[in-house]
Design a binder for this molecule. Structure first.
Ligand code: BTN
Length: 261
């Protein structure tokens, strides 16, 4: 599989690409390598994960031969406060890659879920390691995409979908992986300077905007309308009593008023 992926990349592609048949979690692997000094532009892809993780401690279903489980380690030279938009930039970039290969552009449920036909197609998990002064030592961007129609477990049957089902096409995983790597590489080259353009694309892709949602904080569900996004990807919501707040992805999750989205 590694050779197939490389065959779709330009010969001078500068990132290091590692392929595993099985990994616990490609994000965990890269976080370990990050501590050990892995260079900017190290990518790990696994055919299967035994401990795939999502945001807020959730698991990510990662069976063999069915999806893309890919993580990239970057070492941008900046403070964490300059990278607040990273999840949004990565999500919009992943949509670009999926569209380029399949013709189908997913939507994004704030902040990091890829959506097709009202169901979850995949997700993004970004994690930062910081120095004492708040500078970024490294960041890991993890991407999971359900590609092939697969027997989802009972708890995911009604909320998960594959790219093959969404696009009606057979998806060549190695081509999509190569496209993701190239688009992420382009994104990484202008991570700080291209922020406004990436956020503008994210705003177009974000299906949460304008919707009635529930803001979930510490198990409490509050009805609200998702009105807008700030420049860092914070979600501006208006509660039923008219009070407005910008919520950040670290503290809340959102659900649709009547279902998953
Ligand atoms: C989410 O659903 O909240 C995000 C899912 C992210 C899954 C990807 S798969 C590759 C990488 N490794 C992980 O353990 N998680 C991410």
């Amino acid at each position: 599989m590694k050779n197939e992926i490389l065959s779709h990349l330009p010969g001078d592609f500068p990132w290091q690409v590692h392929w595993y048949d099985t990994a616990p979690s490609t994000n965990d692997l890269l976080k370990k390598w990050g501590k050990e000094g892995a260079v900017h532009g190290t990518a790990v892809i696994a055919d299967r994960q035994t401990g795939g993780r999502g945001r807020l401690g959730r698991s990510f279903h990662s069976p063999a031969g069915c999806g893309i489980y890919l993580s990239v380690l970057l070492r941008p030279n900046c403070k964490a406060t300059e990278l607040m938009h990273l999840t949004c930039a990565a999500a919009a970039t992943v949509c670009d890659a999926v569209e380029a290969v399949s013709g189908f552009r997913p939507g994004i449920k704030w902040i990091n879920d890829l959506i097709a036909g009202g169901k979850k197609l995949g997700g993004i998990l970004t994690e930062l390691s910081l120095g004492v002064d708040g500078s970024v030592e490294y960041c890991v961007i993890g991407i999971g995409i359900n590609c092939v129609k697969n027997p989802f477990p009972e708890e995911l049957k009604d909320i998960a979908v594959s790219l093959e089902e969404a696009s009606g096409l057979q998806v060549d995983r190695s081509r999509l992986i190569a496209m993701l790597l190239q688009e992420l590489h382009t994104m990484s080259q202008a991570l700080l300077t291209d922020k406004a353009a990436r956020m503008a694309q994210y705003r177009r892709d974000c299906i949460t905007l304008g919707k009635e949602i529930q803001v979930i904080r510490n198990g409490v569900h509050l009805p609200a309308v998702a009105e807008d996004l700030d420049d860092d990807g914070g979600l501006l919501v208006r509660y039923s009593d008219g009070h407005r707040e910008t919520v950040s992805s670290g503290e809340v999750s959102v659900r649709g008023m009547y279902g998953y989205i």
